[in-house]
Design a protein around this ligand. Structure first.
Ligand code: BGC
Length: 811
């Protein structure tokens, strides 16, 4: 296929039409030129192909597909090969379903445990994020299916996700929020990258020159296709100019005219449009070449893989007196509704219709294991139900061991809104406390997509975190509980004790207009370990039924110049009685630096499987990036000459081996930013809460901070429904939209998860999305008329509404 020739034969209108979707999930086709359409669907941990009614919130049914554990779970495996294998399976499911691009993985950093979408994201650490995302992309794309690395970038909260402006200092942007994307782009070349909803530095991500052109295309050399998140297009022509190719989904040709007009009046160079069309056609034909007609994936094999993935990702967090693994003939009590109705995936656009769904109750029965069961709580209720708790206590009192299945219910976390606190439902917390009084042998099995506070932690003996373990989670957790699988997951995020311990506590999702990232590079363990803050579980932590010994660390040289690499090796031995796998983590600590740096940073990890008594020598290779910080003066990575510690650990707080190296800089005369006098707070974190003043952050940011709240002015198409909700016409809109959503969600309860997700998605979105994502009932002309009314320009407003409705009805 000669794509350049094909473009020559296209009319301007055809080119413009190709730049947005044909419908919710497909790209435009052009019959005249034999340009076919291809289909995209969510992602990331399974396929959400909607055969009939489409939506981006997981509301309408999709075809059955394997629901693998979500990203928070598989990230805890720290196993690149496993991620690749899951990717291959996802690719196969796409082949069968005729889907060409799967929308994922998500590489946004977990800035706060509160983000409603953390279950879909990988880690608080960019190195781990990049490695795991790259592995998954490699797996999917090896099957000839495209991926969409999302949501690029600095999209770390659900609150006002479609209007919020992320304000983060440049160094933090590079070191924390972009570097996972960078690794994934460079290592695995995703076929597409999805621009996020939010703004960065005042400009929407999908028309952000810095993000799309300067960084993604020019610096990282990305030549694949960039598409918008669903409804994220604001200024279509600006987007094209900076490298945004495809608008998704279809907005019924809303922007086609703008594109053709812009070319005609020389506001947009046609060469730019041609380049975009070339990238779109490249994707379409690459996908078509890889299509199968009668592909059938093995759904049993994929279910087995889902079980394996879950089992290898679960994290054993407490095992006092080796209460686990359980003996198959202990007198077992199983408590908690989750044992029958598992919480196995998250809500929103990633919701999968699983090919099968296991639960612990049935799985135990199949395995012929005797147990007593009690419900303990009702998933729909947050307040403790005394009757259910009393019954559960009776069952617990008669058992030798009790396993309680508890955690976050569906309504606690979802795409579309953030959590307001880190607590589990009181009905679960209270139950655990009461059961622990009845029985000395209590194990809690946690489900949920993000850390929770555990007021009962001291009262229990065992704790297994399954996160959201997918459709095979029940088999997997039983394998772990009974020792058929030795747990080897390690946390990909820190578990703070309380929400108030988190570094973004004072700043997360606070501003109405901007999200200030005042904590800077101190995200997750970069903060807790630098501030010596007590945590419930450190980053990288996870227990095993065996023990590993680390020894014989050797380093290829003790001095290096940063243009070279260094190799190091060490021996790991399984010194326990059962086989198991260990994740060996490598952290770098800069002994002394002019710029503030975290106590340590993850720069390598390896997972090894060892039979009892066996050992293995493992190797790491370090390079300049392992030691560098991002220098805003030279706009590049830089190493400050000096000594660095190389720390080998079983978690960020369990360092087993240490070496030091002197790294010489190839750029010794570079000016290193020094904030010791202007923002000393960043240098002095020990045992302090992270309270950063406006002035301190501003000096790091390097220019005046934009107002974080709404300022006076006219409402525009980019104002949200929330912004206009106090106006007369805004109130009417709010009332009627709420009514409609209740009808669609089939509920009267405003706490219902579907209602909240839909309502907040609309309430906090720019008004323009009602046109873009609507069914055509509201046109841009109508919206502009309405805005005049909202802005109290009544005469003009009514006139515009009249004209718009005449136009719509073809009068
Ligand atoms: C989500 C994306 C998703 C898209 C399509 C958006 O609301 O942010 O992650 O891929 O919808 O469903």
């Amino acid at each position: 296929m000669n794509i350049k020739e094909l473009i020559k034969s296209m009319t301007l209108e055809e080119k413009a039409a190709l730049c947005s979707g044909k419908n919710f999930w497909s790209l435009e086709s052009i019959e005249r030129l034999n340009i076919p359409s291809i289909m995209m669907t969510d992602g990331p941990h399974g396929l959400r192909k909607q055969a009939s009614n489409a939506d981006h919130m997981g509301l309408n049914k999709s075809v059955p597909a394997t629901c693998f554990p979500t990203a928070v779970t598989t990230a805890s495996s720290w196993d690149r090969e496993l991620l690749q294998e899951i990717g291959e399976a996802l690719g196969e499911e796409c082949l069968q379903e005729g889907v060409s691009v799967i929308l994922g993985p998500g590489a946004n950093i977990k800035r706060s445990p509160l983000c409603g979408r953390n279950f879909e994201y990988i880690s608080e650490d960019p190195y781990l994020t990049g490695e795991m995302a790259a592995a998954m992309i490699t797996g999917i794309q090896s099957k000839g299916i495209g991926t969409s690395l999302k949501h690029y970038a600095v999209n770390n909260q659900e609150k006002r996700r479609m209007v919020i402006d992320s304000i983060v200092d440049e160094r933090t942007l590079r070191e924390i929020y972009l570097s996972g994307f960078e690794t994934a782009v460079k290592k695995s070349q995703p076929w597409t990258v999805m621009g996020a909803y939010n703004k960065l530095y005042g400009t929407y991500c999908c028309e952000n020159k810095k993000l799309l052109k300067d960084v993604l295309r020019d610096e990282w050399g990305y030549d694949g296709l960039v598409l918008t998140d669903w409804g994220a297009c604001n200024d279509r022509v600006e987007g094209l100019k900076v490298g945004l190719d495809l608008e998704m989904p279809s907005s019924n040709g809303l922007y086609d005219k703008q594109i053709t007009q812009a070319v005609k009046n020389s506001q947009l160079d046609e060469k730019i449009l041609n380049r975009t069309v070339e990238r779109i056609l490249n994707l379409i034909f690459k996908c078509i070449e890889n299509k199968y007609t009668n592909y059938k994936y093995d759904s049993d094999a994929h279910h087995t893989l889902a079980i394996k993935a879950a089992a290898q990702s679960m994290v054993l967090l407490k095992n006092d007196d080796s209460i686990l693994p359980l003996s198959k003939d202990c007198k077992l009590a199983i408590i908690g509704e989750f044992a029958k109705s598992p919480r196995y995936q998250g809500a929103g656009s990633s919701r999968i219709n699983p090919t099968k769904l296991e639960n612990v109750f049935d799985e135990l029965t199949h395995r012929g294991i005797n147990f007593a069961y009690s419900k303990g709580y009702d998933c729909q209720e947050d307040t403790p139900n005394e009757e259910l708790i009393n019954e559960a206590c009776k069952v617990a009192a008669e058992a030798s061991t009790v396993v309680i299945f508890a955690g976050l219910t569906d309504r606690y976390e979802s795409e579309g809104f953030d959590r307001e606190h880190m607590r589990m439902p009181e009905s679960h917390n209270h139950l655990i406390k009461r059961i622990a009084k009845e029985n000395q042998n209590v194990i809690v099995v946690l489900s949920g997509g993000s850390p929770v506070e555990m007021p009962w932690f001291e009262d229990i003996q065992g704790l297994v975190n399954t996160y959201l373990s997918g459709q095979g989670g029940a088999s997997a957790v039983l394998d772990v509980l009974f020792g058929d699988v030795n747990p080897s997951g390690k946390l990909a995020e820190t578990y703070p004790i309380n929400l108030s311990d988190t570094p973004s506590y004072h700043y997360f999702a606070k501003g109405r207009k901007t999200a200030e990232y005042r904590e800077s590079i101190y995200v997750g363990y970069r903060y807790y370990d630098t501030a010596y803050k007590d945590v419930l579980f450190p980053f990288g932590f996870g227990l095993s039924y065996t023990q590993f010994q680390y020894s014989d660390m050797t380093i290829s040289k003790d001095t290096m110049i940063d243009t070279e690499g260094v190799t190091l090796s060490l021996k790991v031995k399984n010194v326990g009685k059962v086989a198991g796998a260990e994740v060996i983590q490598l952290y770098i600590k800069d002994q002394e630096s002019t710029i503030f740096r975290p106590e340590k940073e993850l720069k390598g990890f390896v997972k090894v499987y060892l039979e009892p008594g066996m050992d293995k020598t493992i190797h790491f290779v370090l390079n300049k990036r392992s030691f560098a910080y991002y220098n805003i003066n030279i706009k590049d990575w830089h190493v400050e000459e000096g000594f660095f510690d190389i720390l080998i650990g079983a978690s960020s707080r369990d360092i087993r081996l240490k070496e030091k190296i002197f790294v010489r800089s190839s750029q010794p005369n570079v000016l290193i930013p020094d904030y010791r006098s202007s923002a000393s707070v960043y240098y002095n974190l020990k045992n302090k809460d992270l309270e950063i003043s406006h002035t301190d952050f501003e000096s790091l940011y390097g220019k005046p901070l934009p107002p974080s709240d709404l300022t006076e002015g006219e409402y525009t198409i980019n104002s949200s429904l929330e912004d206009v909700s106090e106006t007369f016409f805004g109130k009417i809109l709010v009332r009627s939209i709420k009514r409609k959503i209740k009808e669609v969600a089939n509920t009267k309860d405003e706490n219902d998860v579907t209602f909240r997700m839909m309502w907040l998605s609309i309430f906090e979105s720019p008004l323009r999305t009602m046109v873009q994502m609507g069914d055509g009932a509201l046109s841009m002309d109508l919206l502009n008329g309405l805005l005049k009314l909202i802005n109290r320009k009544y005469f003009k407003g009514f006139f515009m509404l009249l004209c718009a409705s005449f136009k719509k009805n073809g009068l």
